[in-house]
Design a protein around this ligand. Structure first.
Ligand code: 4AD
Ligand code: MG
Length: 429
């Protein structure tokens, strides 16, 4: 048995091979069936000729519809008209799993494709997206391990809100209520005391009511936390990590990227350092472009698009006003109206892919901020403990994996960056 990718080459010509997979397209004309077969590595044209293949095999090939699974034995031949330039001339055609008429045809509504997601994930776009994501994450793991980070497993069921308490999913937890994690951050903060530098890849949950092309209710969150790291160093980690991820995908996934019209060279061009723009300067840039913003305005899709649309490289926006960000960030002593934090915006108008900050280590400040928000200190007692036993300066960040992939693949909507998107209106299939 050979992978389809490996059957398509000059030195295979004339050889007898077995390939297996699913029928992608099929038509017959004048005693020949032209079937295009796909497996996870590619597609190849198979020809089944009356009089060459045994009669029962030819009849089976004639009647086999798309998405049926089959095993083919045949000879590899060069053929300029075939996709990829080669075909397999079948001597045997074995039907393994027949398919009923496939419900997805060429032009389908987005809603139908979402209803049939369990079948639509076989499409070439979805397959390519999964491969690129795998490669980005491989690049991340390689980078983290080369730099002495430990991969850890924080809990998903939690008792506190790490980001925004209005966007929590509540679950019944035995005889109490609990929440689905929005971020592993607090747990990662607790793990730096033993492991120094940690990272985790977990699902995060946000009960986002807003229907936007950038928000999921469940997304994969790549987060890191490190002791002895300040906000500047935190930016360097982000630059290096993002670069390593993009270069790994550019090296591994040329055909997949090209399917999305993403030139791998765009990804290779990304190298540190990225521009660092203070929030105040970002406001001035937006005002100069005629946007109605002033100090204290939050940045949404519109503002982030304006800031990044003429750039080919990611950029940091630093030091946001405190009112716009969560309570755990370190006060910026150069301008106490702001925090030592950053959002990393992807270029070409895309916007935020990472949120990060140095963390506040002063418990008095943390308690004051929690009280201002009306939060119960009891729930956060363990988090405050972390500052009571050998606190150290530390920083971390979270990268939204589907956001990142959406940008890399120039997708219109984040739902295409995950096999089973969870949004306000959808938990099926
Ligand atoms: O900016 P956020 O909310 O930051 C945190 O959660 C920090 N506690 C992370 C940390 O410091 N450890 O989320 C981080 C990233 C965002 O930049 C975005 O890429 C992604 O997570 N994200 C989402 N992705 C998809 N759908 C959503 N609803 C998302 N919310 C955040
Ligand atoms: Mg954010």
């Amino acid at each position: 048995m050979v992978a389809i990718r490996d059957a398509l080459s000059k030195d295979m010509v004339g050889k007898t091979v077995q390939v297996r997979g699913w029928i992608y397209r099929t038509r017959s004309s004048g005693g020949i069936v032209f079937a295009v077969l796909r497996d996870s590595t590619g597609i190849v044209q198979v020809t089944v000729k009356k009089g060459v293949a045994p009669e029962p095999d030819f009849i089976a090939a004639t009647n086999t519809g798309i998405e049926s699974s089959v095993i083919i034995e045949g000879t590899v031949a060069e053929d300029k008209r075939a996709p990829g330039g080669y075909e397999v001339r079948a001597s045997k055609f074995t039907l393994v799993g027949p398919a009923e008429p496939f419900p997805i045809t060429e032009y389908q509504s987005t809603e139908l494709l979402l209803d049939l997601r369990h079948l639509w994930i076989r499409s070439r776009e979805q397959t390519a997206a999964m491969r690129i994501k795998d490669s980005l994450l491989m690049g991340a793991r390689e980078w983290f391990h080369k730099n002495d980070y430990v991969e850890v497993n924080p809990p998903i069921i939690t008792g506190v809100a790490a980001e925004d308490s209005t966007q929590l999913f509540q679950i019944k937890y035995f005889d109490r209520m609990a929440y689905l994690s929005q971020s592993a951050q607090f747990y990662l903060e607790s793990l730096i005391y033993s492991c120094d530098k940690v990272f985790s890849l977990t699902p995060s949950f946000r009960a986002e009511k807003s229907r936007t092309p950038r928000h999921l209710a469940e997304f994969w969150h790549l987060e890191m936390e490190a002791a002895w790291v300040d906000n500047d160093e935190n930016m360097k980690v982000q630059e290096e990590l993002v670069t390593a991820m993009l270069h790994r995908a550019a090296d591994d996934c040329r055909p997949e990227l090209e399917l999305f019209k993403r030139d791998p060279a765009d990804l290779r061009r990304v190298v540190p350092p990225f521009d660092r723009i203070p929030y105040g300067e970002a406001i001035e840039r937006l005002q100069a472009k005629g946007l109605d913003v002033s100090w204290g305005s939050d940045f949404g899709a519109v503002e982030e698009r304006e800031l990044t649309k003429d750039s080919g490289l990611p950029m940091f926006i630093m030091n946001y006003p405190k009112e716009l960000k969560p309570f755990y960030m370190k006060e910026n002593s150069d301008d106490p109206r702001t925090y030592k934090n950053t959002d990393l915006l992807a270029p070409e108008g895309f916007g935020e892919i990472i949120g990060g900050s140095e963390r506040e280590t002063d418990n008095a400040l943390l308690i004051e901020r929690l009280k201002d928000k009306g939060e119960s200190l009891d729930k956060y007692s363990w988090y405050l403990d972390l500052r009571r036993y050998g606190s150290v300066p530390h920083s971390g960040f979270g990268l939204g994996v589907e956001r990142f992939l959406t940008w890399v693949c120039k997708m219109d909507h984040i739902r295409d960056a995950i096999p089973y998107p969870r949004t306000v209106s959808r938990v099926f299939p």
